[in-house]
Write a protein that binds this ligand. Structure first.
Ligand code: URA
Length: 239
């Protein structure tokens, strides 16, 4: 649908007011200012903001799931079950996973139809914190902890950003502020260790409930959604 029609249907003024506002640079699509009111947007997947505020045609829904191993972080897959299959069919429409966990990684994953929030949480500029509980092949040395805390070379153009590390009985709790491909596993390999099991326990202040069964889900509270907006550096839509 056209951007100006989308904004009008979502209650952002008349078509002519909207055109003016788009041309003035008030509107961003997926984080990039868009000055063409006729540009096509997909209300399900594109993140549209007006002066930084999220715009949506739908009632926004937010679910936390405890992803089990063996399930793919995608909306569809030919060969395996997806994280969407964990949500009842009548609640599933328009939801997508915010970020990606490997097939063998478990734990906290946010599913929502709030495109702008998802976009903000994943933006490399925001450095939203994600904490993982990693079971490791060998105990983490003090030297390895110091290197992980400082940032390590995992074969990318730049080293990883400083991380927080806390040794645990069988591995560590690692908090990172990026979301590179296989990042935790590659960080551990870079310090001569290996991840045997990985579980995400928090993201942007949202914490996985200890009593949420593997494969279970629950809706977020408004306070949690507000917390995620804050973590993403975005104003909460109705304020
Ligand atoms: N880092 C990884 O290596 N895997 C994940 O699934 C998430 C972070």
């Amino acid at each position: 649908m056209r951007l100006d029609r989308f904004l009008a249907e979502a209650g952002n003024g008349t078509r002519s007011e909207i055109k003016k506002s788009v041309r003035a640079g008030d509107v961003a699509v997926n984080g990039v200012i868009e000055r063409d009111p006729g540009r096509h947007v997909d209300p399900q997947t594109d993140a549209v903001t007006v002066r930084g505020r999220a715009v949506s045609l739908e009632l926004l829904r937010y679910f936390l799931i405890n992803k089990p191993a063996g399930v793919v972080t995608a909306t569809q897959d030919k060969n395996a079950g997806t994280v969407l299959d964990l949500i009842p069919a009548e609640l599933r429409r328009g939801l997508y996973p915010v970020g990606r966990l490997d097939k063998d990684t478990e734990g906290l994953l946010l599913l929502t139809n709030d495109g702008p929030l998802g976009h903000g949480l994943l933006s490399p500029r925001r450095h939203v914190e994600k904490t993982y509980a990693a079971v490791l092949r060998v105990p983490l040395t003090v030297e390895a902890q110091a290197r992980l805390a400082e940032g390590v070379d995992i074969g990318d153009e730049t080293p990883t950003l400083p991380a927080s590390v806390q040794a645990t009985e069988d591995g560590c709790l690692l908090t990172i502020r990026e979301g590179r491909y296989h990042q935790v596993k590659r960080m551990m390999l870079a310090v001569g260790n290996e991840v045997l099991h990985l579980r995400r326990v928090s993201m942007g202040g949202l914490v996985l409930d200890s009593d949420l069964v593997s494969g279970g889900y629950r809706p977020l509270t408004e306070e949690e959604v507000r917390g995620l907006y804050e973590a993403a550096g975005m104003p909460f839509p109705d304020t």
